[in-house]
Write a protein that binds this ligand. Structure first.
Ligand SMILES: [Zn+2]
Length: 327
């Protein structure tokens, strides 16, 4: 009998209760079309910040029933990939209105009754939380979501205020917070540090999770070590979505040699909790992503040369439950 490490790893994960997908955007799953793909000016070739606006046309024309159909397709796929628990962000803003959120509430019920899966919801704040109209939708979503979602980059130049709004909401609602940070693989970005300091300032240690943290690996070793200590002090946990950023574009900025991925090879030994997420599935951000968590885990372990099986199982299961507040 030959030993197959990848198959053995998967068996251990299924034996530990199955995958926890700690970060996704199921509401936009399978929204990419053939017209989005070809050519240098194709939608899929645009920069991240441009795509935040480009999804508007699709969001505007999508009904609650369509949203429900996209979400439940994604959930059925997730079930086949061995996911038992998932957290999806859901657009709730002046463009999507509350249609995606209403569909997500129904999808949550569908997951529980039809698929025996636990689905948790977080609000996606693509229009920020500072503009009064966007803020109104954020506050509407607050009562319905399980986790408060944030995207400081959506309030560019006012990131600190964005974090203050999220963290004040966390205090009053007693809900956990997940924030997209350091996505650009760029040493000029220091959003994880900014988030960790805000968490400590608000006294919310252990209640906040950073999603991505790609740019951390662009920093010097001394900065990274100081940052890990700061994150420990803040009880800041992480979600790595490897497939989401391994496609970071070539540029001429000189940084320490690294892969564009959350650096778990340093974070896990530094005592930080890191979970695993699929992020986008077949939308204009990631047209070929299918949400297979084993593929995500394989990308993570390969790109960081991280072979500790016990820790990999934890990343795929227990750590996910921890960042979702389920343990
Ligand atoms: Zn995301």
């Amino acid at each position: 009998m030959q030993w197959m490490p990848l198959a053995a790893l998967k068996q251990k994960i299924l034996g530990a209760g199955g995958f926890v997908n700690a970060h996704a955007h199921f509401d936009r799953a399978y929204s990419v079309t053939p017209a989005d793909l070809p050519g240098a000016n194709a939608t899929v070739e645009r920069a991240l910040q441009e795509k935040w606006q480009l999804v508007d046309a699709w969001k505007r024309s999508t009904s609650e029933d369509d949203y429900f159909s996209h979400m439940t397709s994604a959930l059925r796929g997730q079930q086949e990939f061995g996911v038992r628990t998932a957290l999806t962000f859901v657009d709730c803003d002046p463009v999507a209105g509350t249609r995606a959120l209403s569909a997500a509430m129904r999808a949550k019920e569908y997951a529980a009754t039809q698929l025996q899966m636990r689905l948790l919801l977080a609000c996606q704040t693509l229009k920020g939380v500072l503009h009064p109209e966007a803020r109104r939708y954020f506050e509407m979503a607050l009562e319905k979501v399980d986790v408060i979602g944030g995207l400081p980059g959506a309030d560019k130049g006012r990131e600190e205020e964005h974090l203050d709004v999220l963290l004040a909401a966390a205090k009053s609602s007693k809900k956990r917070v997940h924030v997209h940070v350091d996505q650009n693989n760029d040493p000029a970005e220091r959003e994880t540090e900014q988030l960790a300091r805000a968490v400590i300032r608000h006294g919310l240690e252990g209640q906040v999770t950073a999603v991505h943290g790609i740019s951390i690996a662009c920093q010097t070793k001394a900065y990274r070590q100081d940052l890990y200590k700061l994150c420990r002090d803040a009880g800041l946990s992480f979600v790595a979505c490897p497939g989401a950023w391994l496609d970071a574009r070539r540029n001429e900025t000189l940084t320490p040699t690294h892969n564009a991925v959350t650096p778990i090879d340093e974070m896990i030994p530094a005592g930080l909790c890191v979970a695993l997420g699929s992020d986008n599935i077949s939308d204009i951000y990631k047209p070929f992503a299918d949400g297979d968590m084993m593929t995500e885990l394989r990308m993570l372990l390969e790109s960081t040369h991280f072979y500790d099986t016990q820790e990999l199982v934890r990343i795929a299961t227990d750590n996910g439950r921890r960042v979702l507040g389920l343990d």
